[in-house]
Design a protein around this ligand. Structure first.
Ligand code: GLP
Length: 241
């Protein structure tokens, strides 16, 4: 994996947008892997600006989100389907039908998980996968202890992740306990994986997954096995390396 230390999130947003722009110019039907959370926001803002300003074209692109809460209505403002739409896809010209999110409201969740894997495979796999990282080293919602070969499935959030994400909800009690997430094995199949980590609170996780052993206790460490993983960190997130 290649670790790139940049000054701040603006520079990170521009660099990742450059990679996505180059991909779309080379392959207009590219499949983007989208992440939620604050880390990818500078990328989405930059891509939306380039779409407005330069006509960067997403009309043939496809997108798959990493994860979703279980039990939230599709239109709940904190469902990742809504978050991705609000923060990114509604701001560019990607077709709504080309944007996929795991279905956390399905009656048969295991069937919905394998249908999601099938849809990703049918689309030809992810060309560029965006990732953030949790303070416990999770990627997607693969909490510590996740199998390194896991596929899309139901997971239970640990308390720290629920507390970290409570800022988006009215209270901690409203944060769902269960989620559906692409597995670590699924994420590893992305052709280029780009992980963004900013801020001092991410420094221990960055140190552990970049310099520590590959281990299920630190899910992001599985990226050490990926042949094309780029880790973009600001100086604060790099401060324990
Ligand atoms: C959530 C998401 C992850 C994200 C993480 C970090 O748990 N499921 O995909 O990486 O939050 O979020 P942030 O970028 O806001 O720190």
């Amino acid at each position: 994996m290649e670790v790139v230390i940049l000054q701040g999130s603006k520079q990170i947003g521009q660099l990742v947008a450059d990679a996505i722009e180059a991909l779309l110019r080379r392959k207009p039907t590219a499949v983007l892997g989208l992440a939620t959370g604050s880390s990818p926001l500078p990328v989405y803002n930059e891509l939306a600006a380039r779409h407005q300003r330069d006509g960067l074209d997403f009309s043939s692109a496809r997108a798959f989100a990493l994860d979703e809460y279980v039990g939230l209505d599709h239109r709940h403002p904190q469902s990742y389907r809504e978050v991705i739409r609000r923060e990114f896809t509604s701001r560019v010209n990607i077709a709504e039908g080309n944007v996929h999110t795991p279905d956390g409201a399905a009656e048969d969740l295991p069937a919905a998980c394998s249908a999601y894997e099938d849809a990703m495979r049918a689309a030809g796999g992810v060309d560029l996968q965006l990732l953030g990282v949790g303070t416990d080293g999770h990627i997607g919602f693969n909490e510590p202890g996740s199998s390194l070969a896991s596929r899309t499935r139901i997971k239970t959030l640990i308390e720290q992740t629920r507390r970290d994400n409570a800022r988006f909800f009215g209270s901690l009690a409203e944060v769902p306990h269960h989620v559906v997430t692409q597995g670590l094995g699924t994420i590893l199949e992305g052709r280029h994986v780009v992980l963004i980590a900013t801020g001092a609170q991410k420094a221990p996780a960055v140190r552990d997954f970049v310099e520590g052993p590959v281990a299920a206790i630190c899910p992001a460490s599985v990226l050490q096995f990926h042949p094309h993983a780029t880790i973009l960190v600001d100086e604060a997130a790099a401060s324990s390396l």
